[in-house]
Every structure is written in structure tokens, then in C-alpha cells.
Design a protein around this ligand. Sequence first.
Ligand SMILES: *Cc1c(COP(=O)(O)O)cnc(C)c1O
Length: 407
Amino acid sequence: MSTPVRSTSAPPPHFPDARGRYGAFGGRYVPETLVPALDRLQAGVERHLHSADFQAQFRHELETWVGRPTALSFAPTLSKRWGAEVWLKREDLAHTGAHKINNAVGQTLLAKRLGAKRIIAETGAGQHGVASAAAAARLGMPCVVYMGAVDVERQAPNVGRMQLMGATVVPVRGGDQTLRAAIDEALRDWVSDPDGTYYSLGSAVGPHPYPYLVRELQSVIGREARAQMLKAAGALPDVAVACVGGGSNAIGLFHPFLDDAGVRLLGVEAGGRGPGLGDNAASLTAGTPGVLQGSYTLILQDAFGQVRETHSVSAGLDYSGVGPEHAYLHTSGRVTYESATDEEALDALGECARHEGILVAIETAHAFAGARRFARAHPGSRILIGCSGRGDKDMSILQRTVLGAGG
Ligand SMILES: *Cc1c(COP(=O)(O)O)cnc(C)c1O
């Protein structure tokens, strides 16, 4: 267990530093063969990402194809039930049903500028694969998606969606045959052709510059939400809450609020079946420092440093690491991280669906469970929830759980 040192007096510095560090975390722990590809990517990010031209093109795709800005919805019934003022930032309304499209379209635009001829991506539950396939189809690039063989079986509808949009889905049979193995395989592909291939990584994880790149692309969520709150609620929220898997929707929501000292930030991880190692995916609240997939961060590992399998009812949170910026924000105390169990998340999902007419993703439901807990402890507070995605993809699990006997 790590013991966070809490000091919230000064606003956080604007990380990462030149070596891709967020305090002690982040960096680039990769085999030498990957260094030239990452150097080239970093130079491309520095040259293009904040250029007026790239930003105009990105904004155009977000507005005319993704459906941005996404709505900010007041939640009247949850507000009454929780004794709070509850607002929802609706990434579930974005094209392909979640925030992941913001990152996928941004990275695909970057790939074109860097002269890449094909996009590769990894996917766990299939959401980043679907977003990547859609962005690649839209921008006229071939797309290969690596997916653990176990996940190909579990997520058949998403495999079909990717294929319909012209992507090739490659089942990965090595390693744990899930997300971690898929990332390793995508990195191997990239090394073999770093000029012609662009690796579009799906969360704010991995070696520098990915955590930075993904944060910058996803920060559109928090920038919009901040302006929408000022307009619709007349004030900033007392707290912004988001679920944390790799951490991309959470960092996208939180980052524009980091300098607002009055806005608390709450990240909610997957508490799974409970606190035992292997029973959850709570890398921040239960993990220890170590290296995973190119980044020094907080990870779920045993006493020998072996990365452990995780459990969560939500495939999108089921990962043994977390983005390095979250590890830093946890240690600095600027963001509070908690976990919600499978059961709490499914209960919150049912409550939101029944009372607000919004079926959120099971990942997202963890944020609702955390927000509900916050409301009970802080009556009357103004709460902004990052509604990262919609739950249609989860129907088979929801049939067995929420709709099942007594659920
Ligand atoms: C993938 C996914 C997540 C988790 O990923 P982050 O990078 O932590 O945001 C959360 N919610 C939804 C709906 C997802 O599809």
C-alpha cells in the first residue's frame, strides 16, 4: 500500500516535464527498439498538436461528425434523491457511444499529418477498437485492431462493428489473451514499421508522449463542461467525479479544473468483488509503484513485482495499471480516488436508468456510485458527473445481473 503525502496548497505544476514525468511517475520505460518511434511521435506531437491548423481540423471533426459539444444535463430526480445538485456531462451522446472517439479521431488526424499509411490500435472491451475503426474509415485509412482472443469471444458484437467499418481484427493468443497482451502485440507491430504505421493508444497510459497526447485530446470534455456549468448552473461544481480505468475520461474531465482550488476532484476505480489482490482493478487505491507498459505508475502486482490479473464487472476498467498523471495527482492529493464495487456500480446504474432515463455504461456507473456516496457525506453540494459512455454494449451482462433474479 502506498501512503500518499497530501499537500493541496499550491496548484499543481503543468506536467509532464521534458522527460515525460509527472513528479516521479511517467517516463518511457521501453525496449531500445521503440525509442526512435516514440521520438518521432513526440516531435510530431510538438509540431502539430497545438498548431492552429490541426486544432481547426480537430474541432471541425468533433463538431460535424462526433457531435460536440456534448450536452450538459441537469439530473432532477437524482438531485432530489441524493439531496444534492447533480449535473451530467454526456459523453454517452458522442458518436460510437463514449468519450473514446475524441482521442481516436485526434490521433488519426495526427497520423495523417505524420505521413502514416495505416492505423493500428489495441482494444479490450472493443470500445477503443470501434472508435479507431470509425475514425480510420472516416479519414480514409486502413485499420488493424489487436484484441485478446478471450475478449474477441466475450465482445462479439463489437468485433462485428469494427469489421463493418472495414477494420481487420487480429485475435492475440499470447500472454493473458486480454488487453495487456493486445497492447504488447500492437507495440510489436509498430516497431516493425514505425514510419508507415501509427499506433493509436486508447487511454492516458503507456510511455511518453501518449499520456500527455491523450490528455490533451480528451480535455475537450472538461473545457466544455466547465463553460457549460458556468452558463447553466451559474457556478463551478463543488466536485467533479469520473470513473478511472486507464484514466482518459477522468483526466479529460479533471484537467481543466486543476487550477480551480474550490473544485474537488474524485476518481472512482473498479472495486470489483472486494479488496483482495486479484479481486478488483483499483490500481490507485490498492496498487504500488512499478513499471507497466512503458510507464512508471501505480500497478496491481504481487510481492515479487509480478503484475496480477484483475477483476471488474466492467471490461473497460479491468486493467492492472493506470495513467501516470493519476498516480501523481493521487500522491499530491489534488485528486481523491476511491473505489466502487461491482454491486454498488450496478445498483447506481439501475437508479440512473429508472430515474433519469439514461442507461450508462457499467464503467460510468462506478462514477455514479462514487458521486452518490459524496452526496450523502456532503448534503446540498453541486456535483458534476462525467458520463463517459452509454450502456447498450453491456446488455448481456445487465440481463444476467440487474435484470436477473432479485437484481
Ligand atoms: C473505456 C471506457 C472507460 C475507461 O477508460 P478510461 O481511459 O479510464 O476513460 C470508461 N468508460 C467507458 C464508457 C469506456 O468505454
